[in-house]
Design a protein around this ligand. Structure first.
Ligand code: ISE
Length: 344
């Protein structure tokens, strides 16, 4: 990540102040000493104004492009709807500003390639992508155990990704683009290998849903170096939100721990609460991601999270998964050669 003058407070503009954008903005304001929220934008100006009020002195912009170009903004955090990410990220590159873009980096292969090409042409890594599981302590512990060498090399990644519910009529393609991207990134990152082929099947969990819905997906990934990965992505699990990952290694396995540690006795039951969405289970990860991002902008550290290359690869895997789901056949993932910018 590019360096700025060390210790300069980074003025961040936040685009999109729905649940995720507001969480990032308030995390920046409360927990990140080296940054301030200087601007916010949302299509719903009322939302933007509410978020600004929680973050001190932020200016409410009425146009995201003006926020990106404004001299008072050093860096941009994009948390607007998925379909806007590529265009906003390209505008940040044009303005020469670092950007932390929520996943997905793009919603089509064409746009992902456009963004990657633009950054490679610029020759500077300005883009970071919000695959926050890379900063989650539970996932990081799995990575550390796997790379310790104690249990041999990882062979298989197994993921479970459950959401309580999603909007009526959502398609398998949207779930693969919006939700499953986390699993593709987690598998690549934890195995340290690239996806070569995928096979996806999906089903409709309840007859009362739209007939085209595929809300329970099984994804199989065949990876480089003779590794495999498999994910259950179920977005209408009703009971709550859960994510886990397990690595089967040559001489042992390692699995993420659940975040909720308190034993609760209530309603003739003894057990653990389950979160209703991702904001609290991944709160530590969101904060760690922001700390590392801002440190990298201040020249104190390099950014350890996902780059535009990872965002591009995820979109390529997503497109292959959509093809596989539609054809019930194995689909190849054909990546371009990794530009040298991302090997540094
Ligand atoms: C959401 O946008 C997220 O990022 C969550 O982590 C994921 O679990 C959910 O499916 C997405 O919609």
């Amino acid at each position: 990540m590019e360096t700025k003058v060390a210790t300069k407070t980074i003025s961040v503009g936040v685009i999109g102040t729905g649940g995720m954008g507001t969480r990032h903005a308030t995390n920046l304001h409360r927990f990140i000493g080296g940054a301030q929220v200087a601007g916010v934008y949302d299509l719903d100006k009322g939302h933007a104004t509410q978020a600004a009020a929680q973050c001190g002195e932020a200016t409410v912009f009425d146009d995201p492009m003006k926020l990106i170009q404004d001299d008072r903004i050093d860096a941009v955090l994009i948390a607007s709807p998925d379909g806007t990410h590529a265009e906003m990220t390209l505008a940040c590159l044009k303005a020469g500003k670092p950007v932390l873009c929520e996943k997905p980096l793009a919603t089509s292969v064409e746009d992902a390639v456009k963004v990657l090409d633009a950054e490679v042409a610029l020759g500077r890594k300005l883009i970071s992508v919000g695959f926050m599981r890379r900063f989650d302590p539970h996932h990081a512990a799995v990575k550390a155990a796997a790379t310790s060498g104690e249990i041999g090399r990882p062979l298989l990644w197994k993921g479970v990704h459950r959401n309580a519910s999603v909007a009526f009529g959502i398609t398998g393609a949207t779930i693969l683009t919006n939700s499953a991207g986390h699993d593709f990134d987690s598998a690549r990152w934890l195995l340290g290998e690239e996806v070569q082929e995928v096979y996806v099947r999906g089903l409709l969990s309840r007859p009362e849903l739209h007939a085209d819905t595929r809300d329970l997906l099984l994804v199989e990934m065949f990876m480089s170096n003779n590794c495999m990965a498999t994910a259950e992505v179920y977005v209408n699990a009703e009971y709550g939100y859960e994510v886990s990952a397990e690595l089967v290694c040559q001489r042992g396995t390692v699995t993420t721990e659940h975040a909720d540690k308190a034993l609760v006795r209530a309603k003739a039951n003894r057990g653990y609460f389950v979160a209703s969405d991702w904001l609290n289970p991944f709160q530590d990860a969101y904060v760690a991601e922001l700390i590392n991002w801002v440190d990298s902008l201040q020249g104190k550290d390099s950014f350890h999270g996902a780059t535009a290359w990872d965002g591009y690869v995820t979109m390529m895997v997503t497109a292959a998964c959509i093809q596989s789901l539609n054809t019930a056949a194995v689909a190849p993932v054909k990546l371009i050669e990794k530009p040298s910018l991302y090997s540094k």
